[in-house]
Design a protein around this ligand. Structure first.
Ligand SMILES: Nc1ncnc2c1ncn2[C@@H]1O[C@H](COP(=O)(O)OP(=O)(O)OP(=O)(O)O)[C@@H](O)[C@H]1O
Ligand SMILES: [Mg+2]
Length: 248
């Protein structure tokens, strides 16, 4: 499904938090339809990288373009960018006092001013797609963590994004619920969604990623196909990281 058409392009991106240089000259191109898995030790800058792509974090140097345009800094253009780049976090951040269906409908109706009737239909079909249509009228607290994360994915999809960013979407889940969320993500990947996924789920990286990017200390140390990365990591840091996580 991967095309050669660039959708997300980072060139020489730098970002500091005070004295801490969290993104160091990071260049990365994600093509339309591509699935890029980002892995690396804690504190290496993975979340900051994701947040920079939808401009939740401004950068100090370099450029990021999305779909051919530099990231807008503010206003309507920024709101449009945020709706084109969906984000799914470790914590699901659903509105507790709204039903599942209302949570999924909220963005299109409130932000995009779409008609509730057509949004409802789309929201229901998305809930069906993630396997929770029967729970549409429940509240988030009545669902399991895995179900809530699938709602969060449906909510992101409701904005009809051009790309989805996932920041450790399964890290907060009980082990038995990880699979159901990864299955939804795998099916999105197969359908051609452009995805950047920060995860420690090496099985997902192996079978769903087109490319694995390894970050350490704010640098993009290595990028390769999953097979190459897992069978033949080039850098000492990647080998060290893999030896630690693969022996658990
Ligand atoms: N708002 C902030 N202010 C100051 N420092 C920050 C801020 N956000 C992140 N950092 C620091 O920047 C570095 C990179 O953080 P980031 O969250 O991007 O790492 P990560 O790779 O996602 O780590 P983890 O695997 O633990 O989620 C860390 O040292 C972190 O402490
Ligand atoms: Mg993180």
């Amino acid at each position: 499904m991967t095309t050669s058409e660039p959708l997300i392009v980072l060139e020489h991106v730098n970002k500091h938090f005070g004295p801490l240089h969290v993104l160091q000259d990071v260049s990365l191109t994600v093509s339309r339809g591509e699935v890029v898995v980002v892995i690396g030790p804690s504190g290496s800058g993975k979340s900051t990288l994701c947040r920079a792509i939808n401009r939740l974090e401004p950068i100090d140097g370099g450029t990021i373009t999305f779909d051919g345009r530099p990231l807008p800094a503010e206003g309507k253009a920024l709101a449009r960018l945020r709706s084109e780049v969906g984000m799914v976090f470790q914590s699901f951040n659903l509105f507790a006092h709204k039903t599942i269906l209302q949570n999924v409908m909220l963005g299109p109706v409130k932000v995009r001013k779409e008609k509730p009737d057509s949004v409802r239909e789309r929201a229901m079909s998305l809930l069906d797609r993630v396997g929770i249509a029967s729970q549409a009228d429940k509240y988030p607290a009545q669902l399991s963590g895995g179900q809530q994360q699938r709602v969060a994915i449906a909510r992101a999809l409701a904005m009809q994004p051009k790309a989805l960013l996932f920041d450790e979407p399964t890290s907060a889940l009980d082990p038995e619920m990880v699979g159901e969320v990864l299955d939804v993500m795998t099916s999105l990947a197969k359908d051609g969604m452009t995805m950047v996924v920060v995860t420690h789920e090496m099985g997902f990286a192996r079978h769903a990623a087109d490319r694995v990017v390894f970050m350490a200390d704010g640098q993009l140390v290595e990028e390769s196909t999953p097979v190459d990365f897992f069978e033949n990591p080039k850098s000492e840091r990647a080998r060290d990281f893999l030896s630690k996580i693969l022996t658990h």
